[in-house]
Design a protein around this ligand. Structure first.
Ligand code: HXC
Length: 258
């Protein structure tokens, strides 16, 4: 499928999805979210892909949901028709790792979309915030839920209620992003991480992602039991045989297709 609002690039086993509405700082509209869902689920099902990178432009990952599109929406539009939500959560159905690479603005729905990635690498130019209150709405794609889980209640309340924007250094300090890199190295560094992940056994990467996400949905005891089941299941994968025997034979493992 040819996309209007996305640019796709495939390198080795990594699919890079670039949000591309430069004139609107990648404001997220219905078409872009439909296309994003289509691309994500297509790459998730593609056995030649081991990791997905989601990124934007130098100026903006995404400056939020498209205010011009939604300014005149009514309650039936949002509730009954599901505008600005019905196609936002396809990313949560992706079972392979998704790394977000953020430069410039990640605001409102842009910050929420970034937080739905598995982890974030930020350019030193990145700016994060949830300024929805300034346009008279609450966050609508998990900002009030994922932000406190990621950075704690005090910081989350501060950002959500004051609408202040934080820079990349603060985002790293409070645990919203995993690394900060120079802006001109963002894609290179993110691709290096994504290629490292894609060279691991995809089946095990999917198990680890599943386990970590379970941590946010269950108790410690149930989460550890869930992890134990997947650890045991790993012994049914060719990846475990290859990984452990390669170690014992003092050679590099070959996880191709595993
Ligand atoms: C539509 C947007 C936009 C947005 C920017 N643009 N953000 N269009 N929706 N969210 C457009 C501007 O209208 C402008 O178009 C162009 O992009 C460049 O933006 P400027 O404002 O001129 O750029 P700048 O002065 O550099 O300021 C950048 C900015 C600012 C600080 C990011 O654009 C801004 O505050 N944007 C809105 C951020 C926001 O409130 N986001 C939350 C939205 S609510 P023209 O045509 O004039 O050149 C939300 C709810 C999520 O996200 C719900 C999820 C379910």
């Amino acid at each position: 499928m040819q996309y209007e609002d996305l640019i796709i690039d495939i390198q080795d086993k990594v699919a890079v999805i670039r949000l591309n509405r430069p004139k609107a700082l990648n404001a997220l509209n219905d078409n872009m979210m439909n296309e994003l869902g289509d691309a994500l689920l297509k790459f998730d099902a593609d056995e030649n892909i081991g990791c997905i990178v989601l990124t934007g432009s130098e100026k903006a990952f995404a400056a939020g949901a498209d205010i011009a599109a939604m300014a005149d929406y009514t309650y039936p539009d949002t509730f009954t028709q599901g505008y600005i939500s019905r196609n936002w959560e396809h990313i949560l159905r992706v079972r392979k790792p998704v790394v977000g690479a953020v430069a410039g603005y990640a605001l409102g729905g842009g910050c929420e979309l970034a937080m739905m990635c598995d982890f974030l690498i930020a350019a030193d130019s990145a700016k994060f915030g949830q300024p929805e209150i300034k346009v008279g709405v609450t966050p609508g794609a998990g900002g009030t839920q994922r932000l406190p889980r990621a950075i704690g209640k005090a910081k989350a309340m501060d950002l959500l209620l004051t609408a202040r924007t934080i820079d990349a250094a603060e985002a790293e300090r409070i645990g919203l992003v995993s690394r900060v890199v120079p802006a001109d190295k963002l894609l290179e560094e993110t691709l290096a991480a994504a290629k490292t992940i894609a060279a691991m056994p995809t089946s095990v990467a999917m198990m680890i992602k599943d386990c970590v996400n379970r941590a946010f949905e269950t108790t410690l005891t149930d989460g550890v039991a869930y992890e134990r089941r997947l650890f045991q299941a790993a012994f049914g994968t060719p990846a475990q045989k290859e990984g452990m025997h390669a170690f014992l034979e003092k050679r590099l493992p070959n996880f191709d297709g595993l």
